[in-house]
Ligand binder design. Sequence first.
Ligand SMILES: [Zn+2]
Ligand SMILES: [Zn+2]
Length: 287
Amino acid sequence: MDVVESFLSAVRSTLATLTHGAIALLIPAAFFIALAILLKRGEAIAAGRRAAHEVRTNLGLYFIDIVLVVPALGVLTVAVATAMRALHLIVVPAEFWLMVGAPLTLLAAVFVGDFVGYWRHRLEHTRWLWPSHAIHHSDTEMTWLTLDRFHPINRVTTTIIDSSALLALGIPAWAAVANGLVRHYYGYFIHADLPWTYGPLSRVFVSPAMHRWHHARELRYAGTNFATVFSIFDQAFGTFRLPGPCDVPLGLEDDTGRGVAGQLAYPFKRWFGPLFSRKPAKAADQP
Ligand SMILES: [Zn+2]
Ligand SMILES: [Zn+2]
């Protein structure tokens, strides 16, 4: 009886998570659909149809993420925080941020968060982490929902690197959460199919056009524009490229697998496939 009750309780809680997850998408969906209709007019429906198969994969990964990955990442974040405290790795005391005040703390959290995110993203483009990051680049019809196309292993490396950097700086939990929300919702915006380059403001902020170049199929473009919020970091480290609105083919030359199952299996095939195959593995295209 207990087993049946536990099973039913797990089903109820999963259904509640899925419902909350669907509701969380409603406002961004309404916003980006309205923008698409305003900008593309009659072409919006055809663009939606073209993107439908990629959107299905992105939604599949999103729902797997909120049911299975997010709870695991919560536990992982607590474990990282506990380990860092035990090892005395928190170098800035909490009092410093109390003295600085909330608005500057928030700005620092987003700025430092983006600096760390920039270098973590560059690490994801090295041959060790590229297989788990590649599926984010495999969307050929990029939309705002491409932000939800990440492999769970990519989520784990992001969480460990980003949260340990913010923890080391003693950034308070509320500011770290606020930084996560800014990156999430601004992340939706820069993945949307918008031709905006921001003009002179592109020297400060990442625009949708700038991030679209990062998703270009041609490797010389995909190896640029790693920041999420501030383009300053790409300019400082020589990876800024914004020739105008991005109108080149997106995605990857490599086949990263069909649908959700194929995408989830891809990095394991890249990492461990050669161990079980007699044929020499073809090197993956890696920007
Ligand atoms: Zn990337
Ligand atoms: Zn992206």
